[in-house]
Design a protein around this ligand. Sequence first.
Ligand SMILES: Cc1ncc(COP(=O)(O)O)c(C=O)c1O
Length: 367
Amino acid sequence: MQVPFLDLKVQYKEIEHEVLPMVTEAMAKAAFVGGPQVSNFETEFAEFCDSKYCAGVNSGTDALRFALMAVGVGTGDEVITVPNTFIATTEAVSQVGATPVFVDIYPDTYNIDVSQIEDKITDKTKALIPVHLYGQPADMDPILEIARKYSISVIEDACQAHGALYIGRKVGSLGAVGCFSFYPGKNLGAYGEGGAVVTQDEETANKIRMLRDHGQAKKYFHDMEGYNGRLDAIQAGVLRIKLKRLNDWNQSRRKHAAYYNDLLSNTEGVRLPVEADFAYSVYHLYVILVDDRDGLQKLLNDKGIATGLHYPLPLHQQKAYGHLGYKQGSFPVAENAAKRLLSLPMFPELKPEQIEYVAESIREFID
Ligand SMILES: Cc1ncc(COP(=O)(O)O)c(C=O)c1O
């Protein structure tokens, strides 16, 4: 049996009858940038996130970069985040002139260890970026409390967590700005690049709208320099079609995670994902921890099961961040996890027999 890591083709079959007419209409109307598809998507996504405002942008990376700029982070500032995220989180920090400062993670949820944040706050700290990794919210209430105490902004990296809940509240709606990626493989994915920010603050939303569109609120009148960071109309159209199904798709992911948990519970040497009491995870990824991760990955690959590594080398150990001066051992929990984590196939259309085959194959390896 073949089990892909992710199958976007099967999902496309489900929505093809809505996507094709939408694309045809966009072509006929020559409506490619901006327009009602984008503004309607923004309204719908803001509502989905329990947020007052949404601005569509070109990627999750743009979302993070514009969010940092909008809350006033710039040259010489420090921004606290985790070392076990996709590099886009910290690229955004460096690209606005600030320095990423890392904090280690909890060994069970792989999200930021809140007890270690205050030690890293200096008079240069301007923002904190909790990453809701693999679809599971970080522990937001204590994070928000620390941010209030030190007057720093919280920017949520919700690029893997569309629809996740923290004590019943939508991620993205809790900090100053929530940032989303619509890269095709995300829980809500476009058919190309895309991203969005959500916020409860009108001024922040307006700043981000200016930043994404060359600093103009009115065509050819530029209050400042900005970027070409807009969301395309066709991508917004795809996202609107998919957004209607997102809750169902997230529920399917949760069902698959529960089935994996069931089949793999009591498998010695396999640590299963832990969902925190406060969390409704949307399982962007289903990640297990095993000592011989590379051996297991090879066996699964030989049996036709595709897996992924998220992520194989923490950011503080990447060449790109050598200048920050961290060493091996700086973040032991993240380093240990990076060597042992394995992401199993996870997408809404995964079939029970595929999950059973993956679980059987893992048990065969362990035995
Ligand atoms: C945690 C995290 N942050 C940021 C990003 C960046 O998003 P994009 O690829 O849309 O720029 C991603 C997506 O890969 C991500 O997973």
